[in-house]
Design a protein around this ligand. Structure first.
Ligand code: 5AD
Ligand code: FES
Length: 351
């Protein structure tokens, strides 16, 4: 092992606050002994803070309409090839009921940025789903503070809004008409309103450096997130980045493992995107720091059209299939399914 890497890993093992330099050193772990040592430490920290429970968060992708133009995303408004769909409120609630029956403690409502669903409409849907006794996570992008407040009042527990990249220039290049400051302002509002906040970034974006990824983790630490979604970039042919190479899976694992050391108490999902790049991708992520999986709960007939990136897994499966598949996966790893809502892992503040 190189000395800088070993020194940074040692500081992580001792629970010291990692500097930007440390984080870069860890992200640069070389294949072989360095990566193995990083993964071993991340897995032991995961076991200590999160235990062996793997929480399942059932995701309902309820609309693939999107008003945005993100350069990487297949749902971008300009993608005329995509067949668009919207689930009616009753369909969303029925899918959530199915998820509760399957034992999921959390229902995630995810969509493109689709203003067709007004604040009050989503509030009503949230109220109905909360009657099922589950936690509700929203993932519907940038909205007004009043809407975030209304949904929180309706019972929403958590909100996912990825910062996508902490490099403000790169952010500006990839998100025409959007602003990084605005993104952070939304995250700040969500925090003020008492949500458990999730953010996260894409790994392997064109032009992104290891230092950028270190800044992503530092931003997540500053935001004090309860959850972080960290997934590889997968090029979508119907987007401006369609010709770019995919993000590296190994780099993704190094980011997930390092995240477990930088923000130990965050829930880290083994993302669908790692599962898309490798058949055992999610299993490996779970052994390298991740502790959550987000099974698809979307009715099968819509799944193929929620094409954020190509070759997404589970598009021909139904809710039951994913439930059974994941139970088997979790057991095969010697872990167990989480019970209850799987709220924040953060320790209670000392009185
Ligand atoms: N590759 C990887 N992740 C993507 N996302 C969108 N498009 C892609 C892509 N091509 C991620 C973004 C977004 C989430 C819903 O999906 O991080 O926040
Ligand atoms: Fe959907 Fe495995 S998680 S089939």
């Amino acid at each position: 092992m190189r000395t800088e890497f070993a020194a940074s890993l040692e500081r992580a093992a001792a629970g010291e606050e990692l500097t930007r330099e440390d984080i870069i050193n860890l992200l640069a772990a070389a294949p072989g002994a360095e990566e193995e040592a990083l993964y071993r430490l991340a897995d032991s920290v995961r076991a200590r803070v999160a235990g062996d429970e793997v929480h399942l968060r059932g995701v309902i992708e309820f609309s693939n309409y999107c008003r945005r133009h993100c350069y990487y995303c297949g749902l971008r408004a300009d993608n005329a090839k995509l067949q668009r769909y919207r689930l009616m409120p009753e369909e969303i609630i029925a899918a959530a009921r199915r998820g509760a029956e399957l034992g999921y403690g959390t229902i995630v409502l995810q969509s493109g940025e689709d203003p067709w669903y007004t604040g009050p409409m989503l509030a009503e849907i949230i109220r109905e789903i909360k009657k099922l006794g589950v936690a509700v996570t929203l993932c519907v992008g940038e909205r007004t503070r009043d809407e975030y407040a209304m949904w929180r009042e309706a019972g929403a527990d958590r909100y996912l809004l990825k910062h996508e990249t902490a490099n403000a220039d790169l952010y500006a290049r990839l998100h025409p008409g959007m602003s990084w400051q605005e993104r952070l302002r939304c995250l700040q509002w969500l925090r003020e309103l008492g949500y458990q906040v999730g953010s996260g970034n894409i790994i392997g974006l064109p032009g992104q450096t290891l230092a950028d990824l270190a800044d992503d983790l530092i931003l997540l630490r500053q935001l004090d997130v309860e959850m972080a979604g960290l997934g590889p970039f997968i090029p979508h042919p119907a987007t401006p980045l369609g010709g770019e190479p995919a993000g590296s899976l190994d780099l993704t694992y190094r980011v997930v493992a390092t995240a477990r050391l930088v923000i130990p108490y965050a829930h880290l999902p083994a993302t669908t995107a790692v599962g898309t790049l490798a058949p055992n991708g999610r299993q490996l992520a779970l052994q390298r720091g991740a502790n959550v999986i987000m099974p698809n709960l979307t009715p099968t007939r819509y799944r193929a059209d929620y094409q954020i990136y190509p070759n997404k897994i589970c598009v021909n499966e139904g809710p039951e299939d994913c439930r059974h598949c994941l139970e088997g996966m979790v057991r095969a790893l010697g872990r167990r399914l989480g019970r209850g809502p799987g709220h924040t892992l953060k320790p209670l503040p000392v009185q």
